[in-house]
Design a binder for this molecule. Structure first.
Ligand code: GDP
Length: 195
């Protein structure tokens, strides 16, 4: 997909704002600072594409990007934003649930997890939500370059163990570094082969 006209399409705040389900869709979720923007940028070959999702005001929207002419790449901004007022959190969670359970074109969710930190309780929450929404999800470990090769197996084991409790989990874990480019081609081909 690299260089293949990927663009920010729109930020969606309610179900009636969703674009038509006329493309293959994948979504990306992860705690803030997990490296989601960096990964989306690396994946699309656009250096500043996903910056839009991190700007204030966009953090409670479902952000749609086009990927080539065939896909939507969807950025689900930071879950676990503990500091937001309760009504904001509740509105966001409602939209998230509606989106995940009602989107026919959504083929897979990618749950991003920092290789240094492993699966945290907020990650468990999104995985359970994906289970109950029947959305297949795949874990992408980010910032792998920050963890020694010899220490990575321990993290992988912790993630595998967590995944074994989730019926919607896809077993293959993708280890990535947006900084070094590791795993990006693999992830791109996973997205490209979904149909
Ligand atoms: P987001 O909040 O999930 O969108 O995270 P960002 O993509 O903005 O990244 C958060 C921080 O982690 C930034 O300082 C990035 O430069 C850094 N970062 C992201 N990906 C990597 C990576 O693969 N390796 C390293 N070393 N740092 C990364």
């Amino acid at each position: 997909f690299a260089g293949n006209n990927s663009d920010f399409l729109k930020g969606v705040v309610a179900m009636d704002g969703l674009p038509p389900s006329d493309r293959i869709e994948v979504c990306f979720a992860g705690r803030s600072n997990v490296g989601k923007s960096s990964l989306i940028n690396a994946l699309t070959g656009r250096t500043r594409l996903a910056r839009a999702s991190n700007t204030p005001g966009r953090t409670q929207e479902i952000n749609f990007f086009t990927l080539a002419d065939s896909h939507y790449l969807v950025d689900l901004p930071g879950y676990g934003f503990a500091n937001a007022p309760l009504p904001v959190i509740e509105k966001w969670q409602k939209l998230l649930k509606q989106y995940l359970s009602g989107r026919a074109s959504l083929r897979r969710a990618f749950v991003l997890i920092d290789t240094r930190h492993g699966v945290k309780s907020v990650d468990e929450e999104i995985m359970s939500l994906l289970d109950s929404s029947a959305v297949t999800f795949q874990v992408v470990l980010t910032k792998a370059d920050k963890v020694k090769v010899s220490d990575r197996e321990k993290v992988l084991e912790q993630v595998r163990k967590a995944l074994s409790k989730h019926p919607a989990a896809y077993p293959e874990i993708v280890l990535t570094s947006s900084e070094k480019g590791d795993g990006i081609a693999t992830l791109r081909s996973i997205v490209a082969t979904l149909d």
